[in-house]
Design a protein around this ligand. Structure first.
Ligand SMILES: Nc1ncnc2c1ncn2[C@@H]1O[C@H](COP(=O)(O)OP(=O)(O)O)[C@@H](O)[C@H]1O
Ligand SMILES: [Mg+2]
Length: 263
């Protein structure tokens, strides 16, 4: 596993005369085997950070490194994987779950070995093996998001970028999906950039939190420290939006779901 490092990264959209600095000179490290939460309001640049890491947004300045080397090679080797917000549009409706997972496996895994690996991946995300033969249209949002996670894991990634992966799900199943993410990360040890506009969600999975505001990181520290002693006014505003106050939580109950309920 490897650390993911954004080194003075700027992503510029718009025109020369009217530039939009979606990400403005941001440095951020996700240490090896750790989860860093990235929070901030809508439009603050969180998804642009994610997209830059996987090569979907243009890096105008700075660089992104994985384990100290340029991230391009890691991308080619599928060592960096992203899970998107919307599990309805991120899975191919014409492909069975099994085929979706097999396609994402390292080249050379075929036949019986591939089918066994697909079953193992489903087990990892706590889905019954019978879903291998299912199609996305037969599954709930929570089940689809588990498949999206399993597909990300199929490439044996060193880093997973999760962009608002519970935001499109029914509140009643968000906790169960978060539990799966937390257990998987502990078991497999990948590094993860976990993005959400919701500090209540982030504090449940991340050991560190970075707060983004208008393209910049305005605060970054251990999750408990940021929650207990926010430096920045903006972080205090985010904290005030959490029901039940800001104390660090070891269960996702503060976002009103039932841990372990089927999703
Ligand atoms: N492809 C794009 N073209 C132009 N502007 C963009 C593009 N993607 C994002 N932006 C702008 O960059 C800013 C940050 O967006 P985004 O990274 O999606 O924020 P967040 O994920 O925090 O809501 C916004 O002002 C958004 O309008
Ligand atoms: Mg976003």
């Amino acid at each position: 596993m490897s650390e993911l490092k954004f080194d003075a990264v700027t992503v510029r959209y718009g025109t020369r005369r009217h530039p939009i600095l979606a990400v403005n000179d941001v440095s951020l490290t996700v240490p090896e085997g750790k989860v860093v939460g990235l929070v901030g309001e809508s439009g603050s640049g969180k998804s642009t950070m994610a997209r830059a890491a996987v090569g979907l947004a243009p890096v105008s300045e700075g660089r992104i490194l994985l384990g100290g080397a340029s991230i391009e090679r890691a991308r080619r080797e599928r060592a960096v994987q992203m899970v998107f917000q919307d599990p309805y549009s991120s899975l191919d409706p014409r492909m069975s779950i099994s085929d979706t997972l097999i396609e994402a496996m390292p080249r050379g895994v075929r036949g019986v070995a591939a089918r066994r690996e697909a079953e193992r991946l489903l087990e990892l995300v706590q889905l019954d093996g019978r879903f291998a033969q299912s199609y996305p249209s037969e599954m709930s949002g929570g089940q689809r998001q588990r498949v999206a996670l399993a597909r990300a894991l199929a490439g044996r990634p060193q880093v997973i970028i999760a962009d608002e992966i519970t935001s499109a799900l029914d509140v009643s199943i968000q906790g169960a999906v978060l539990n799966v993410v937390r257990d998987l990360q502990r078991e497999l040890g990948f590094s993860m950039l976990f993005i959400s506009h919701n500090l209540a969600v982030v504090r449940y999975v991340a050991s560190e939190v970075a707060v983004m505001y208008r393209g910049r990181i305005v605060e970054h520290g251990a999750t408990a420290a940021v929650l207990e002693r926010p430096d920045h006014d903006y972080t205090r505003t985010l904290l005030a939006a959490i029901p039940g106050g800001g104390a660090a939580s070891s269960s996702p109950s503060a976002i009103h779901e039932t841990p372990g309920s089927p999703a």
